[in-house]
Every structure is written in structure tokens, then in C-alpha cells.
Ligand binder design. Sequence first.
Ligand SMILES: [Zn+2]
Ligand SMILES: [Zn+2]
Length: 320
Amino acid sequence: MRNVSGKLLPRAVCAAAALLILVTSGCGAKGTYTVIDASAMTEMKDVSARTVEGECLVYTKKGDVFRAEDYKVREALTGVIVNPPQHTVMDAALQAEKWLDAGERVMIIYIDGLGWQAFMRAAEDGAVPNIGKLSAEICASVYPTITPVNYAAMVTGRPPAENGVTKRGIHAVECDTVFTYASSLGLASYVSEGDIQILALPDAELELSPDLNGSGTGDDEIFERAMEQTGSCDLMLVHFHSVDDSSHEYSPVSDEARDALVAADTWCGELLAAWDGRVIITSDHGQHVQDGTGDAAYADRKGTHGDFAVSDIFVPYITR
Ligand SMILES: [Zn+2]
Ligand SMILES: [Zn+2]
């Protein structure tokens, strides 16, 4: 088991920790950054304080992500999450490796573009009975909050600065993935993906599924291919796309995005029933209603992502 950097310090739960206390020492030359308070779900832009008190999750401009206590700012930052969640998307690989070590089979279901707030709204409305009944915790993405960067963090357990996927257009991961790890244990991995291969994942059998039946999404095909493999691999990753696609096309708070999530929940229900092993259900980022910022690739769409913002950076982390 490789070492777990930035992993799971116990979250301090006390009234004082709920307060963001920043100590300014004056003439810092490291620039400003955004502070998100995960307990209040608020964000503060252009902060220049040189010390962040209490427990925090630090995001550097170079793509490092790490946990710290009373952090003294010594390099250029994108942002800091105070009162941070216990999980980051990197835990998917780290958790999967622990379970594989223990002889358990692991399925990772990756629902693209499913933010924590959208998930919670649907769960509270009873719209996602299959995933809603499992243990769900809030989880932090890495930055930028876009697909390839978080996909790579999810399958490597390492931040962008270490796995090399720091921006769009990079397909090669520079370190071992959870699939490499499974292969080293003599275990078989399978990935059910959409019509485009986002990352090179050399140690997994990867199957691409375009929308063959003209249903408007390839997710039903992705689901069907995954169902066929539930008995024949030890580690499976299933990547659903339609929540993200619908959120871009209509809005992250649209009926269409909700319908896409309901469909994904139904497929998850069947996969959960068919899978004899552990399950991790998570996402790469949330979305916000387009306001001229965020993911330039979708600038003409209604929903977008890519920011260091509450809407984009928190996702669910659901386990069984
Ligand atoms: Zn995505
Ligand atoms: Zn997207």
C-alpha cells in the first residue's frame, strides 16, 4: 500500500472550529486566494492573510492539495478550505486499494458533474432511493474542477501536481493508478466509459460506449456493458455522463438534470444489486449556473464548472 498523502485527519468538531480566524501579518507578496468554509458553505475571495488558523485543505497554484493545521502561507495559492471535509476525490483510489488488499472486489461509480448540493436536494426529495439510502459524506474535488483533472486524482489518489494531469488536454497519467495497483495484485480491472477516452489507463480493460440506440445519452449503453462485467472483474469503474451533460445544456437546477440523476440512480440500483463487493459512488465536480466564469469549453451553455467555488468543488462520497 503506498503512502497516503493528505489523507483523512480527524475533523475537529467544536464551536471554535466553526469560526474562520485569519491572522494578517501585513506585507505578504504571495498574492490572494479564495477561502471556502465547508461548515457554512460560504466563500470569501481575494483573501491575503498569511496564516490560516485551524484545520484546512490547501490548494496551491502548482496543483498540490494537502491538509494542514494553522497553515502559514508560503507559496501562491488558488484557495483554502477551512473546516474541510474528511474526504477528497483522491480517497476513491486510496480506499479501493485498501479494500483490494483485504481481498474485496471494488466498484467505483463516477457520476460526472454531480455536486454535493444537487445530490442532497435529490436525496432529501426521495428522488434517488438507491444511492440515497447508502452512507453519503461530503467530499472535496481537486482544482481546477474539471473532468480530466479530477478523474486522474480519483484513479491515482494523488493531487494534480503529482499525477501530471493539471489541465484539460493531458491524457497521460504520470504515476501509477488504482488499476496498476490491482494488476500488481493479479486482479482484473474493467472501465465502462462514454464515447471518448478521457485518460490513458493502460492497466484496465477499457470499453467505450457511444449512444448506439439514439436515446440521447450513452449512459444506458455504459450501464449495460458494465452489467455484463459485474461477474468477471475485481475492480470496475463506471463513468456516467448525462448529469453533467444535462446540467450544461439546461442548468444544474433544471428538471432535465434531475431526470438524468434519477436515471443514474436507477442504473446504480441495478449495479449495486449485481455487485458482490464494495462500492464507492462519487463525482468529479459540481456545476453552477453560467455567469461568464468557469469552464470555457462550455461558455455557451447554461451550466458550467471549473471554479474554486462551493458549487463546483463539493461532491458526494457514498460507500457500501
Ligand atoms: Zn466532469
Ligand atoms: Zn462538464
